[in-house]
Design a protein around this ligand. Structure first.
Ligand SMILES: [Zn+2]
Length: 134
């Protein structure tokens, strides 16, 4: 199987570090990173590494999740503001919906999303979990 350049670009490095693309023309930071700036269509973008810690800004709990993801219900999706001010949209894990508070400190973790039985491909994605204090 041949991967398109765009897919290779997306996969590069971003699995193990929390990376975003920063547009050198309009200055916006986008997560996950993209080879073309979605705001101004510039290709003049660079990869920047994001802080792994942030705070929950807002969140939504989805009790109805797509087929194949049922075992993960409910799905908690949140906007997390990282220490440098970048906002990312991601899933919260290791927390119950009623435990979530605005401003709650969270950290990025790598979690398995799914395993492709035929190809043996395991896909990981960055998610966020509460930082346990004490
Ligand atoms: Zn731009």
């Amino acid at each position: 199987m041949r991967m398109s350049p765009a897919r290779v670009w997306r996969a590069r490095g971003s699995r193990y570090r929390l990376e975003a693309s920063r547009c050198k023309d309009c200055g916006r930071t986008v997560y996950p990173p993209r080879p073309v700036c979605p705001y101004c269509r510039s290709r003049n973008v660079e990869i920047v590494e994001l802080p792994r810690k942030g705070r929950v800004v807002t969140w939504t709990v989805q009790y109805t999740v797509p087929h194949g993801y049922r075992s993960k219900a409910p799905l908690i999706l949140a906007i997390v503001e990282l220490e440098n001010g970048t906002r990312v949209f991601s899933e919260l894990v290791d927390v119950e919906p009623e435990e979530i508070r605005e401003g709650m400190e969270v950290e990025a973790v790598l979690r398995k999303v799914y395993e492709d039985g035929d190809e043996g491909v395991i896909v990981y994605a960055t998610k966020f979990r509460p930082i346990k204090t004490g």
